[in-house]
Design a protein around this ligand. Structure first.
Ligand code: HEC
Length: 133
């Protein structure tokens, strides 16, 4: 009986852990969606001050993203998270140094990771929400 109780607690504990993570990941994704448009606009017009908050957001977003996929042990997603994380750091450095060419290159590299991962790991449901696969 004790063993059963332990198992039940373990299962609930683990799923609660995943649910928390999933929530953090979904929040990061929503933030990513809101960040990219204004950030691109700021970069296109060399408004470095306007680009700064978005670049900072992306560093945090890819941090959450990488952690989430490491826990799920999906190698391709871990890899694209790492590429995105490095590009976000490059982007922030370029925006800080006001180097527009570098900033655009980093932004392009980062944006490429969104689509690849969505094609592999995101499924759109009939109600318009998404599911992880
Ligand atoms: C390593 C994988 C991965 C990367 C990289 C990634 N995404 Fe996602 N994204 C997902 C998955 C999986 C979902 C579905 C998550 C869910 O619904 O729980 C998702 C969902 C989303 C959503 C919908 C959120 C919602 O529930 O309304 C948006 C918006 C989004 N991503 C934007 C982006 C943008 C913009 C980037 C790049 C800057 C990006 N994502 C990079 C995997 C990724």
């Amino acid at each position: 009986m004790k063993k059963l109780l332990f198992t039940v607690l373990l299962v609930f504990g683990t799923s609660a852990l995943f649910a928390d993570d999933h929530e953090a990941f979904e929040a990061a994704m929503k933030k990513a969606g809101k960040t990219m448009g204004p950030l691109k606009k700021a970069l296109d017009s060399n408004s470095f001050a306007d680009a700064m908050p978005g670049a900072k957001n992306l560093v945090d977003i890819y941090d959450v993203t990488e952690k989430f996929w490491k826990e799920r042990k999906a190698d391709d997603a871990i890899k694209s998270s790492a590429v995105g994380k490095a590009a976000a750091a490059d982007l922030l450095a370029a925006v800080t140094a006001e180097k527009s060419e570098d900033a655009r290159a980093a932004f392009g590299k980062l944006a490429g990771t969104c689509k690849g991962c969505h094609e592999a790991h995101r499924e759109k449901l009939a109600d318009g929400t998404y599911k992880i696969k």
